[in-house]
Ligand binder design. Structure first.
Ligand code: NDP
Length: 253
């Protein structure tokens, strides 16, 4: 097992060569940067997201760079049902026969309000997109991940998923759940497969969600999604094989 610090990982140009990696929320923000970065390091990326035009723009960027041609998988994590996840798993199985990486990145913020004012409908939506959908997608894809030699499942957490903070409501609760799901799954898989399961907290990063959460903040003071990619590359590459059940930070902040 490697002891490298993910944040300072120095990837080789082809560190993800021949790996098949699915990224959720691949059309914007951190997911877009991850998809483009993984492709730039040799991976064939399955771009999953709810807005096809955004996924197409990422596709065009990757192809224009001369990187492996990605696939577009439109899916709304709020409304998707089990049959859709199984359909996606079947399509990947037919095309590739395995899956080497799964980055659960898509998420929504929900209302920044107190528990006493939190609408039940918003609560259910945030838990659905941020926690239940990753669980269902993972369950459907596990047979394909088991077919890879050293697959990596990476869940996206947050600082408020480790210590609760006022007015973060269902978002924080879902991130606590994400950390729990990753730990449970990691433990279940440790003696029966080579799949590793970890969490990553991106930290304060210049995206639409961050601007929504902190409207008064100057985005120029924040790391960009591209800045935080070393940790993502490390956790998706064979360099992190054997490392499981951990929760990492992608940056200091
Ligand atoms: P963005 O809002 O920029 O991007 C979120 C992505 O999730 C978009 O691609 C969006 O698609 C997609 N998405 C949202 N709802 C759905 C849905 N129902 N179905 C499918 N896709 C959906 O957020 P970030 O890039 O900032 O966040 C990425 C992850 O990082 C999230 O899990 C977030 O919680 C976490 N995080 C971010 C931090 C930050 O500072 N930015 C800090 C800590 C954690 P579309 O563009 O089509 O709406």
């Amino acid at each position: 097992m490697s002891t490298i610090e993910p944040r300072t990982f120095e990837p080789t140009r082809r560190v993800l060569a021949d790996r098949i990696i699915l990224v959720t929320g691949a059309g914007a923000g951190i997911g877009r940067a991850a998809a483009q970065t993984f492709a730039a390091h040799g991976a064939t990326v399955i771009l999953l997201g709810r807005t096809v035009e955004k996924l197409e723009a990422v596709y065009d960027h990757i192809v224009a760079q001369g990187d492996p041609e990605p696939l577009i998988q439109p899916l709304c994590l709020l409304s998707a049902k089990e049959d859709k996840y199984l359909e996606i798993a079947n399509a990947i199985d037919v095309q590739f026969g395995r899956l080497d990486g799964l980055l659960h990145n898509a998420g929504i913020l929900g209302p920044r309000t107190s528990i006493s004012n939190y609408p039940t409908s918003s609560w259910q939506e945030v838990l659905q997109v941020n926690l239940t959908a990753p669980f269902e997608l993972t369950r459907a894809l596990l047979p394909l991940l088991k077919k890879a030699s050293d697959a990596s499942i990476l869940f996206t957490s947050s600082g408020v998923g480790r210590r609760g903070r006022a007015y973060w409501g269902a978002y924080a609760v879902a991130k606590f759940g994400t950390e729990g799901l990753a730990q449970v799954l990691s433990h279940e898989l440790e003696d029966v497969s080579s799949i590793r399961v970890n969490c990553i907290n991106p930290g304060a990063t210049r995206t639409t969600m961050r601007a929504q959460a902190y409207p008064a903040e100057d985005p120029a003071t924040l790391k960009t999604p591209e800045d935080i990619m070393p940790a993502y590359l490390y956790l998706m590459s064979s360099d992190s094989a054997g490392l499981s059940g951990r929760s990492f930070d992608a940056q200091d902040r």
